[in-house]
Write a protein that binds this ligand. Structure first.
Ligand code: NAD
Ligand code: WQD
Length: 339
């Protein structure tokens, strides 16, 4: 391929697949790389179906040095969007080494390959988890960083590594995108969040209860200091999030250095508000019980999004009604996921 293209790692995953659509629709050429450890190649076929565009689909691991060299030799890669990583907090507590190996070592391999092939532009999937338990809300990018579990540590270590790289190489162009709570799905209902096993996150759990795969939802605590006692989060539509990546890429074409950006809506909603909205827009009842708080959860977490608005000229457009609608549309179209 002689055209400049974007290497998308973790492209078959939830956020990666939605971002591939936005990149293709914005006219970028992409190469997708995924080891399919937490995803299905069908997601990438759907991306091609939705956009009417084709692209190379590479099944492989970011820790595979030879494969990376091959890709950087065979394609003219202008930038890397790096989604590949493991993301289950509980699993990272039980088996931290898998997380350090996959996320940290994997990113080091990728960065070394980028260095060997003189690729300077990177958009990295970070997370609001790097703020730890928030000291104050809304959280802006200057909030102190503190990881409270091994998954969060991997994100923080990678962020710090990238800061050092940007210091050492002034030609670097790096965006650290700190996502809040992505939910929703592409409005076609063809791609969406497709967790294997029991969902760790709230929205996929809700949709699986609604579709009859699980009996009831457990709400982790109703004694927080919030309007109804349940935890508050900044839920953001995954398509808004995906568009934020395209904006970040555009920004990096004129910017040298490294910047972190919060990608959220700036609005917080409680667990009960999300359930009520889901019930309202879908007409489905979500049975739930109140259980103990989940260890490591904070009461309230939402973003100050001023920096992304002013610098990236990006702002989330969709509200939680639309997020619930689209999550449900995907779940009903794919009651058993992609399989
Ligand atoms: P996902 O699991 O759906 O996608 C990650 C993809 O990376 C999967 O397709 C997986 O197969 C692939 N992958 C994992 N390790 C790999 C490796 N070594 N080599 C090649 N491919 C590999 O998760 P997602 O929700 O799309 O998250 C994407 C990124 O965003 C992750 O880095 C995650 O930590 C980060 N993030 C996610 C959330 C969220 O709530 N979903 C929030 C903040 C940050
Ligand atoms: C949301 C709210 C729960 C499930 C996690 C990661 C974070 C980031 C996003 C990757 C909380 C409550 C949940 C359930 C519930 N991921 N809840 N019953 O914990 O804010 O963030 O995903 O970077 O790092 O920690 O998201 O969806 O798990 O929880 O009551 O079955 O829903 O207590 O208030 P969280 P979540």
């Amino acid at each position: 391929m002689h055209t400049n293209c974007i290497l998308v790692t973790g492209a078959a995953g939830y956020i990666g697949s939605h971002t591939c659509i936005e990149l293709l629709e914005a006219g970028y050429h992409i190469i997708s790389l995924d080891n399919l450890s937490n995803s299905h190649s069908i997601a990438l076929q759907k991306v091609q179906e939705i956009t009417g565009k084709t692209f190379p689909i590479i099944e492989g691991d970011i820790r595979d040095k030879e494969l990376l060299d091959q890709l950087f030799n065979n394609y003219k890669i202008d930038a890397v969007m790096h989604f590949a990583g493991l993301k289950a907090v509980g699993e990272s507590v039980e088996n931290p080494l898998i997380y350090y190996d996959n996320n940290v070592k994997g990113t080091i391999e990728l960065l070394q390959a980028m260095q060997r092939h003189h690729v300077k532009k990177l958009v990295f999937s970070s997370s609001a988890t790097v703020y730890g338990i928030p000291k104050e809300v809304p959280i802006d990018e200057t909030h102190p960083l503190n990881a409270i579990n091994p998954y969060g540590q991997t994100k923080l270590i990678i962020e710090r590594m990238l800061q050092d790289i940007a210091q050492a190489d002034t030609e670097s162009r790096i965006a650290l995108l700190r996502y809040f709570n992505p939910i929703g799905a592409h409005e076609s209902g063809k791609i969406g969040e497709n967790p294997s096993g029991t969902p760790n996150n709230l929205m996929p759990y809700i949709t699986q209860v609604a579709v009859g795969k699980r009996q009831e939802l457990s709400i982790f605590g109703d004694d927080y200091e919030t309007v109804d006692g349940t935890g508050i989060r900044d839920y953001i539509h995954v398509v808004d999030l995906a568009k934020g990546h395209v904006k970040a890429l555009e920004y990096l074409s004129d910017y040298k250095g490294i910047e972190a950006f919060n990608l959220g809506t700036g609005k917080g909603h409680t667990v009960l508000e999300l359930i009520q909205t889901f019930e309202k827009v879908t007409g489905k009842k979500i049975p739930y019980k109140i259980t103990n708080r989940r260890p490591g959860d904070s009461a309230i977490c939402y973003a100050n999004t001023t920096k992304a608005q002013q610098t990236l000229h990006w702002k989330a457009q969709f509200n939680i009604d639309k997020m619930c609608q689209d999550s449900w549309h995907f779940q009903t179209n794919n009651p058993n996921g992609y399989e």
